[in-house]
Each structure stands twice: as structure tokens, then as C-alpha cells.
Design a protein around this ligand. Sequence first.
Ligand SMILES: NC(=O)c1ccc[n+]([C@@H]2O[C@H](COP(=O)([O-])OP(=O)(O)OC[C@H]3O[C@@H](n4cnc5c(N)ncnc54)[C@H](O)[C@@H]3O)[C@@H](O)[C@H]2O)c1
Length: 380
Amino acid sequence: MAKKPLNIGLVGYGFMGRTHSNGYKRAPDFFPELEYTPVLKAVCGRNEEKTKDFAAKWGYESYETDWKALVARDDIDAIDICTPNNTHNEIAIAAAKAGKMVLCEKPIARTTAEGAEMVTAVEEAGVANTVWYNYRRIPAVSLAKKLIDEGRLGRIFHYRSNFLQDWTINADLPQGGEALWRLDAEAAGSGVTGDLLAHCIDTAMWLNGGIVDVSAMTETFIKERMHQLTGKMEKVTIDDACVFHCHFANGSLGLFESTRYARGHKALYTLEINGEHGSIRWDLHDLNHLEYFDHRDDSLVRGWHKVHVSDGDMPYMDHWWVPGLSIGYEHSFVHQVADFLKSLEDGTVCEPSFKTALETAKVCDAVLESAAERKWVDIA
Ligand SMILES: NC(=O)c1ccc[n+]([C@@H]2O[C@H](COP(=O)([O-])OP(=O)(O)OC[C@H]3O[C@@H](n4cnc5c(N)ncnc54)[C@H](O)[C@@H]3O)[C@@H](O)[C@H]2O)c1
């Protein structure tokens, strides 16, 4: 059967531009049953030479240097937003108004208000949309979801999650501009809250349901940094670290921590869930394993099991190698591409949709408000 082409227009050729391009290229090979196939139609970046190089290297048919020109093209079906957070709102709304499907990197936007406008735009236009909270699609995390939904843990009491890094400890590191936009709240919206905790919150609400209220503290350890765009020492406006606790709607308690000041940790995303019958634990540094404890096991063998998530009956794994062989970080993006294509075929929503991702934005905003005002904040 001839495949239906899905013409992709990618905006931004940085870190995520590469992971997504790899996803579009790999998905048809490993998910051959899909009706749609992505076509790398055009990439957009502001620097013509670098954009042209990226297009040649990754196999894009053409390039643009202004995202508005990309959005205006008749031969583009879907706009994929891989640019800093301050650009998501404008590009997504323009794309939706032009009738394009929109795939947007996380967080959906800098604030809930910006994100809500994007939800309205895609819903009014009736276009397919998704936000790249890719950790849901790491097979071990997807397996955790299956085990929880089957009720194996019983009533949930605790959800605990960390995202730890150490790359901003040096006080001489500048802020803002190319590559360092994450240190500038104007471009990023917030620091670790929107960048790292947003991932933890999305996974948490997917696995354990909605969050009702939060109490948080944030800290900015280095108060001033040289701003790359002005060349001057300027106040640092992001949160370097954030710790919050919360109530989930199911009555369980949540505890979350993220920082870029945890010496020795590069991207330590961990989660643990404790239920009445058992517990689950996962760690990004060992992403193919899911640790599982079931109190109902025979006492002679009761203990933490380290499940290697590689068998063909584990989520996504029948599309890869043979049991016992591992996959990596990049596969979570291949899986999101495959799920997006499947959702077009089935006429379903590829979660998290913009609407779902807005719930994470609401929690992030409440966390920042709670920290700023030193009080509990209900999620709107
Ligand atoms: N899902 C994940 O795990 C994950 C990981 C990293 C980043 N992200 C998200 O992806 C987005 C991009 O992050 P990144 O790490 O790829 O950043 P990056 O700095 O590596 O790349 C951003 C790219 O956008 C380009 N750009 C900026 N403004 C532009 C404009 N107006 N028009 C066209 N291009 C423009 C930059 O030149 C650069 O090529 C952010 O929203 C970030 O939060 C998600």
C-alpha cells in the first residue's frame, strides 16, 4: 500500500531539532505498519549557512530562514517547534491559523496564559497537536503506567521525583542568547521549574493523576551573570533550584526536587511510587530497567526486582531488536513520531495534547507562585 506523506516543517536545528529529525527518519523503518510516512520537507533557522548545512546533513528537501515563510508554505502539513520557549506561542498560533498540525516542544509555553492561547488556537483550527513530553515513551516508564493502571500497586500513597543537573555552578557562565537562553527567564519563562520539573510533573500526572495544590521553595544561587545579548552583568531571573510538595487528587502525597547545582549529576531524572501492595522505581541513567517490589510475593523471594524492559511484550519493544538488547534516549522521540502518525490514522489524540500539557503549565505556575509568596497554592 502506498504510504501517505506527512510533510514536516521543522523550526530550530539545535538539540531537539536533531532528536526530532532522527525520530522522523527512523520511525518508518521500525514502525513499517504505519499508513503515514514523514517527509523532511523543510527546516527553518535564522542563520542561512547553518540552516543549509543542517538541511543537507539530515536530508531536508529545502530550508527557510523565517518561520513565517515556513508556515505560509502550501507544501507543509505539520510545523514542529524546536525553538526556545518564548517562541512557542507565536509560532504555534500562526501554524494553527494556517491549518497546519502542530508538534511543540515542552514546556508548552512560558506561562499558562500563553499556553491557553495555544490550546484555543489548535482547537479552533481543529488541527492535530502534541507536546513532546518524550519520557512517557521510554518503554520502562510506559510499563510503569501499565502496571499502575492494572492496579498492581493498589492504593498509591507516595510519588517522589527528582531531576538533577550540575552545569550552571560556575559563576562565570553567562546567561541569555544562543545556547544559554535557559538561564534567561524572558526566553525560558522559568528555570528548572519549566525546564526540568515540567517533565517530572507531566509523567507524574500521567502515572498518578491530577495535582490539587502545591507548596514550593525556589532558590537562585548565583544572583548576577553577564548577559550575552547586552554584554553587561545582569540580575539572574530564573530559579536555579526548586523543591515542592503537593497533594494528588487520589489522596497521595508528592515530593519533587530539581536543581542545576547537584555536583556530579548530569541528567538524573528519577521517579518512585509507593502503593499499598508494591512500589516502582525508575532512573534515566539506567533507562531500560524498571525496579518493582510486590509485598505479596512469597517471603523467601520478596524483594526489589530489576526488570530489564526488552522483551517483545513490553511497550514498544516488539519494534526493536531481540529480547535482552537495550535501546536509548533517542528512541523515546521515535516512539512519539510513531504514536503521532498512528493517531492521524486512527483519528485519535496523540497525548499529551496541547490541552493536556496545559495542566503541567498550571502546576509550574502554581509552584512559582507558591515559592514567591511562601504559601500553599491551589491548582486552578
Ligand atoms: N523533550 C525534551 O526532553 C527536551 C530537551 C531539551 C529541550 N527541550 C525543549 O526544546 C526546545 C528547544 O530546546 P533545545 O535544547 O533544542 O535548544 P537549542 O538552543 O539547542 O536549539 C534552539 C534552536 O532554535 C533556534 N531559534 C531560536 N529562535 C529562533 C527563531 N525565532 N526562528 C528559528 N529558529 C530559532 C536556535 O538558533 C537553535 O537552533 C525548548 O522549548 C526546550 O525546552 C525539550
